[in-house]
Ligand binder design. Structure first.
Ligand code: GLN
Length: 462
């Protein structure tokens, strides 16, 4: 059941928040082998659900009263651990709530636990978690995608109403596609990052997984908005107006440009464009220049920013402190505390920023970022949204993708929205020949978050 449906049932006296919470807790317990959660807030959420029931009974229910939320373990929730699925932060307890958590709690939402993820949000399969992989609820022999794989499975496996993830290059949309859920990466600056552990600050955004669009919209309405604690938060946003289906103009990536896609994805994409046309929209194939720069630009910027952001984990101030015979605590702690993927990113990031190479790599990537953003801006002068697949394949088997660069290429369709800062939504759209979920993507101009959710809602209602 969705939150919107549950809420009506509770108001009509047909259920309680407590019984909803018990159902979710049982579901978490029964599916513990999927390893979606790193921490379950069992006692806390029970207690909060009773308080929510009292509010419903007194007619004092707030906008999200009794909404049960699972939170990726790189977002601060006081009273619960915060590990980023890394040994480096094992045992760390955050001292304040992220702004999104404050807003959710003020609106009556309950946090059921912290979800497993790729270590420090680096990965596309949830296999880099230091505490063990997450399995896909649709097929447990397959990955759920990453890095927000735990949050995706918490929603797809019916362990909460909605969940929060973070998306730096696709970490909400790709797992949403792999698990048959909706996943939103908002416009950069619309949702506060205060309390999110930084990976690549100019690309990171907190976003939402849901089973339905009304649940996503309701959650977005509460957590989006200016926050003085985040210097990149945008003030006085005027969301772009929605466009009625018969006025809508959608640009679509030409089928010939679906590089490396499975035939099932290509077929689904054609069906998706037809479904958009059937809503009354005009859909035209438009080539987006510079798409060959998406992946290299992303991995230079993301690793450069990561190497700088993760420098704080030095064995002195936070987290793990290793013993070192030669007295070099920092090197020993970083070697013990970070897994191979995180170390690879830090080394690459340090290299692209190093003297003599900074100009050749980092500065070039900044220039490419401008070209990519301008290409989108040009498209959005003539179109209201841009349609493309979310992923080139459906969920792959655990252990199947061994080459790190091959893994990075699975983000081909998602990274450009982070580079340009635009909103992007992954929409579940059928299954492949193996019965695995397929995700299709809608990207919008800056501040077009509501608009892309509306387009998806029109699509879903048909
Ligand atoms: N899979 C991408 C990466 O490994 C994106 C990660 C993310 O969005 N956090 O960098």
């Amino acid at each position: 059941m969705s939150y919107t449906e549950d809420r009506s049932t509770i108001i009509a006296g047909g259920s309680t928040v407590r019984s909803t919470v018990e159902t979710f807790l049982t579901s978490i317990e029964e599916q513990s082998s999927l390893h979606a959660f790193l921490h379950v807030n069992t006692d806390g959420v029970r207690c909060d659900s009773d308080a929510s029931d009292e509010r419903f009974a007194a007619g004092l229910a707030r906008p999200l009263e009794g909404l049960v939320v699972a939170v990726k373990d790189n977002i601060s929730v006081t009273g619960q651990p915060l590990t980023c699925a890394s040994r480096m932060l094992e045992g760390f307890g955050p001292l304040y709530n992220a702004t999104v958590i404050e807003r959710l709690m003020d609106a009556g939402a309950l946090v059921i636990g912290k979800t497993n993820m790729d270590e420090f949000a680096m990965g596309s399969s949830n296999e880099t978690s230091a505490f063990g992989i997450v399995r896909n609820s649709v097929d447990p022999s397959r990955v759920p995608g990453g890095s927000s794989g735990g949050s995706a499975v918490a929603v797809s496996g019916g362990m909460c109403h909605v969940s929060l993830g973070s998306d730096t290059g696709g970490s909400i949309r790709q797992p949403a596609a792999f698990t048959g859920t909706y996943g939103l990466k908002p416009t950069y600056g619309r949702i506060s990052r205060y309390g999110l552990v930084a990976f690549a600050s100019s690309l990171d955004q907190i976003g939402i997984f849901s089973r339905t669009l009304p649940d996503m919209q309701a959650t977005f309405d509460i957590i989006a908005g200016y926050d003085q604690m985040d210097a990149t938060s945008v003030k006085n946003v005027s969301p772009l107006p929605s466009v009625s289906a018969d006025q809508l103009r959608i640009a679509a990536l030409p089928v010939a440009e679906l590089k490396g896609c499975d035939p099932d994805i290509i077929a689904a994409y054609a069906g998706y464009l037809d479904a958009l046309r059937a809503t009354g929209a005009v859909v035209e194939e438009v080539s987006l220049p510079y798409s060959e720069l998406w992946i290299p630009t992303y991995f230079i910027l993301a690793t450069a920013e990561a190497s700088s952001n993760l420098a704080r984990f030095d064995g002195v101030r936070y987290g793990l402190r290793a013993e070192a015979e030669d007295g070099d605590i920092t090197t020993a702690s970083r070697s013990d505390g970070f897994g191979p993927e995180v170390q690879r990113r830090i080394m690459l990031g340090t290299f692209v920023l190093s003297a003599g190479y900074g100009e050749a790599y980092y500065t070039k990537a900044q220039q490419a970022r401008r070209l990519i953003s301008d290409a989108y801006a040009k498209i959005f002068e003539s179109y209201h949204a841009f349609a493309l697949p979310t992923t080139p394949t459906t969920a792959f088997g655990i252990g199947d993708v061994k080459d790190p660069v091959q893994m990075w290429l699975s983000d081909y369709f998602t990274v450009s929205a982070n580079i340009a800062g635009i909103p992007a939504l992954s929409v579940p759209f059928g299954t492949d020949s193996k019965g695995l979920p397929i995700g299709m993507q809608l990207q919008g101009p800056m501040f077009g978050d509501e608009r892309i959710m509306d387009i998806a809602a029109t699509l879903a209602s048909r």
